[in-house]
Design a protein around this ligand. Structure first.
Ligand code: ADP
Ligand code: ADP
Ligand code: ZN
Length: 216
C-alpha cells in the first residue's frame, strides 16, 4: 500500500463556530466513514452536575464559557484510547487543548465550517434537541414531522439552556477569542480545509465529504 493511500480510518477534527453545523455533519461523517463521533459538548451535558476539582460543568456551560481543560482533556483521552479513526466535534477549542491533542495523536484533515454570525444566531436560537436520543432539529430549517416531537423516538423536544440569544452571543465571542487561534494553528500546519457551511445541510455535506476524501 502506498503511503498516500486513504487510511482505513480517517482522523478528523471538525472546527467551526457554535451553530455552524458540526453536530449535524459529524453524524454524516460517522455514518459514511465508520469512525466514532467524539462530541465533548454531549459528554459534558451528560455529566453537567458532576463535581470535579474545578466545579461542575454546568457552571461554565450555562454561561457559555469553556469548561476547564483538564476536565475536557480527560474525556478526549478516554474516547480516543480504543479507536484508530475519529471525528472530533467541539474539541480542541483553545491552544492548550490543541497542544494536548497534538501530543496524543496525528490528525489527517481539519475541515472548518463557516457561516455568518447572523446565520449562526438564527440556527442556535431555533435549535431543538431530543433529550432521549440526541437527535437535533430546527424549528424552521429542519422541523420534525410533528411539532415539538422527536421523529426518531417520539420524545418531547427541548431547547438547550445555552441556546438563548444572550448566551449565544457570549459563545460566539469565546469562539473568536479562544478557538480562532486553533484555526490558525491548523492552517499553518497544513491540515485545514475551509468548507462553506451556509448552504443546505445536503450541500454542505457534499462539499465536506469531497474535502475529506481529497485529504485522507
Ligand atoms: P453545531 O454542532 O456546530 O453547534 P448543529 O449541527 O447542532 O451545530 O446545528 C445548529 C442548528 O442549525 C440545528 O438546529 C441544526 O438543525 C441547524 N442546521 C445545521 N446545519 C444547517 C444548515 N446547513 N442549514 C440550516 N440549518 C442547519
Ligand atoms: P456548540 O457547538 O453548539 O457551541 P457544544 O455542544 O460543542 O456547543 O458545547 C457546549 C458547551 O460545552 C460549550 O459552550 C462549553 O461550555 C462546553 N464545551 C464543549 N466542548 C468543550 C471544549 N473542548 N472545551 C471546553 N468546553 C467545552
Ligand atoms: Zn429522540
Amino acid at each position: 500500500m502506498s503511503e498516500n493511500q486513504a487510511s482505513a480510518e480517517p482522523r478528523i477534527v471538525l472546527l467551526g463556530p457554535p451553530g455552524a453545523g458540526k453536530g449535524t455533519q459529524s453524524s454524516n461523517i460517522e455514518a459514511t466513514f465508520g469512525v466514532p463521533q467524539v462530541t465533548t459538548g454531549d459528554a459534558l451535558r451528560a455529566n453537567k452536575d458532576l463535581e470535579t476539582d474545578h466545579g461542575t460543568p454546568r457552571e461554565y456551560m450555562d454561561a457559555g464559557e469553556l469548561v476547564p481543560d483538564p476536565v475536557v482533556n480527560e474525556i478526549v483521552v478516554e474516547a480516543l484510547s480504543n479507536t484508530e479513526g475519529f471525528v472530533l466535534d467541539g474539541y480542541p477549542r483553545n491552544l492548550a487543548q490543541t497542544e494536548y491533542l497534538d501530543e496524543m495523536t496525528d490528525v489527517d484533515v481539519v475541515p472548518l465550517l463557516q457561516a455568518s454570525e447572523e446565520e449562526l444566531t438564527r440556527r442556535l436560537t431555533g435549535r431543538r434537541v431530543c433529550p432521549e436520543c440526541g437527535a437535533t432539529y430546527h424549528v424552521e430549517f429542519e422541523p420534525p414531522e410533528e411539532e415539538g416531537v422527536c421523529g426518531e423516538c417520539g420524545s418531547e423536544l427541548t431547547q438547550r439552556e445555552d441556546d438563548s440569544e444572550e448566551t449565544v452571543r457570549e459563545r460566539i465571542r469565546v469562539y473568536e477569542e479562544s478557538t480562532e487561534p486553533v484555526v490558525d494553528f491548523y492552517r499553518e500546519s497544513g491540515e485545514l480545509v475551509e468548507v462553506n457551511g451556509e448552504n443546505s445541510p445536503e450541500e454542505v455535506w457534499k462539499s465536506l465529504r469531497e474535502a475529506i476524501e481529497r485529504n485522507v
